[in-house]
Write a protein that binds this ligand. Sequence first.
Ligand code: KIV
Length: 264
Amino acid sequence: MAITINTLREYKQKGQAFAALTSYDATFAHVVSEAGVDVILIGDSLGMVLQGHDSTLPVTMEEICYHVQSVAKGNRGALIMADMPFMSYGTTEAALANAAELMRSGAHMVKLEGTDWMVETITALSERGVPVCAHLGLTPQFVNKFGGYKVQGRGDKQAELMIEHACQLEAAGADVILLECVPAPLAARITQAVKAPVIGIGAGADTDGQVLVLHDMLGVTMGRTPRFVKNFLAENDSIQAAVAAYVDEVRQRTFPGEEHTFKA
Ligand code: KIV
């Protein structure tokens, strides 16, 4: 049965954790969806893991559309979420045109990085039938503003602001919230504060779902492995088994463990 936004909402209501994973091509989309991954993210992380850039900024709309089309061919029922690349949603007009391209390519939902400045854009997308995931916390397209890849939401003021932003973006029409590299207690508070399903990466075990970059969880990385990553291939003898183990550990809430989690 195909996973839809309603499935994710039901999971949240039932307290059933769900697994998301990036994929960028048809074969891996087939493997991960057959293994029970609920959401496939065509992340702009492809700029780093496929193209070898040192950030996600160079990724273009054309490239994301190409990978969405490939994933859509191999997918067996997962919800396909596509990243909107850097500056492709810099204005609401640009966001509408570019989100339409992604949906025509086979996406079921688009993901945007940002805070309250996205209210108008998310409202416009949502009103026109485009499901939206709002990405908060460590938003990699802002690496130059953050001065590096740093945990976000530390300290009371920053934490309260992130909760406020999550509520504002949900009220604007965001269907899913994604939290990257935020302290686990803050992620838990945001998950409680919004009705929308919350997906975490480096955000502790209490979000509704988890996401990882496929290459990271297979231990195929060129640089330093972030704290929140676990190599599932190390304990399994095939990629299929590694992905199935990830899905199982997410559902059992045994991944992420304390060692993958940031404190307040
Ligand atoms: O681009 C990506 O893969 C992402 C995940 C890290 C959440 O945004």
